[in-house]
Design a protein around this ligand. Structure first.
Ligand code: CP
Ligand code: NVA
Length: 304
């Protein structure tokens, strides 16, 4: 049975420690021009059913840097786009490839693919979670000199895939997480239940961003409208107005708090431009770290 990364719960505390250490090494080596062909002669496929800039390109470069071949497959060029089953696609593609990275809609789609795949499947975002993003983000927090078991992370905004994965991570790593989302837009309840039951982090979901950011060391937000929800844009733009990271909200957090966003950002909606570009922001480091963490993840799941 191959080891898949379908959800944040597929990573243990020990895995996170290994990933942080390895991503730091790989980052240093990349900067010094040292190459590492840990996945030489492997072929890795990527199927993205939603748009992507960071995840797609960082994984493609990571695969190249690790000496493997990358095959990007546009789903509409595959028979999958004409109705071939996920099961058959998974059986066939996994007989050619050594690993498959997938971005899709419902979590069930990637779960079904993995069930029929004989090679590791990595989740590059579903409606439910974005585990590789959260691994890179947590590495960025560690790099910023924060101790994960001591921080309070405040997430302000939509209860989406990003926050679901943070909820899982808080329970695995034991950090304190306060989520402020409008009523009716809270994170996935099953995910929350699983995290609260299985973990040791302190997780709260409230509706007041000011309370969430009190004593916070990390402020995080994401778009109000995720991919696939475009029809809700107008409605959400009204409801989410008070859920913006701006200087007034930032001033309520701990001094030296860092501001994070997985990007792409809608400046003036979930975050103001001055905060996104300001001294507390680490968003560009976060984006760069997707490359280094992507490599660490590929090594962990695909190296034989
Ligand atoms: N953060 C992130 O996943 O960005 P992309 O959608 O550009 O991959
Ligand atoms: N929540 C966003 C994240 C994009 C990286 C979305 O799913 O569109």
């Amino acid at each position: 049975m191959p080891r898949h990364l379908l959800s944040i719960f597929d990573l243990s505390k020990k895995d996170f420690k290994t990933l942080f250490k390895r991503a730091a090494q790989l980052k240093k080596e990349k900067k010094s021009g040292k190459s590492h062909e840990a996945l030489k002669r492997k072929s890795i496929g990527m199927i993205f059913e939603k748009l992507s800039t960071r995840t797609r390109v960082s994984f493609e470069v990571a695969i190249n840097d690790l000496g493997a071949a990358c095959l990007y497959m546009n789903p509409s060029d595959l028979q999958l786009g004409r109705g071939e089953s996920i099961a058959d696609t998974a059986k066939i593609l996994s007989s050619y490839l050594d690993g498959i990275i997938i971005r899709t809609y419902e979590q069930d789609r990637i779960e079904e693919f993995a069930q029929h795949s004989t090679v590791p499947v990595i989740n590059a975002l579903t409606d439910l979670g974005h585990p590789t993003q959260i691994a890179a983000d947590l590495f960025t927090i560690v790099e910023a000199g924060k101790k994960l078991n001591k921080i309070k992370l405040a997430y302000v905004g939509d209860g989406n895939n990003i926050v679901n994965s943070f909820i899982g991570a808080a329970s695995i790593l034991g950090f304190s997480l306060s989520v402020a989302a409008p009523k009716g837009y809270e994170p996935d309840s099953e995910f929350l239940k699983k995290a609260i039951e299985s973990g040791n982090g302190s997780i709260e979901v409230i509706n007041d961003p000011k309370i969430a950011v009190e004593n916070a060391d990390v402020l995080y937000t994401d778009v109000w409208v995720s991919m696939g929800q475009e029809k809700e844009t107008k409605k959400k733009q009204k409801i989410f107005k008070p859920f913006q990271i701006n200087n007034a909200l930032l001033s309520l957090a701990n001094p030296g708090a860092i501001v994070m966003h997985c990007l792409p950002a809608h400046k003036g909606e979930e975050i103001t431009e001055d905060v996104l570009e300001g001294p507390n922001s680490v968003v560009y480091e976060q984006a760069e770290n997707k490359l280094h963490m992507g490599k660490a993840i590929l090594e962990m799941f695909l190296k034989t």
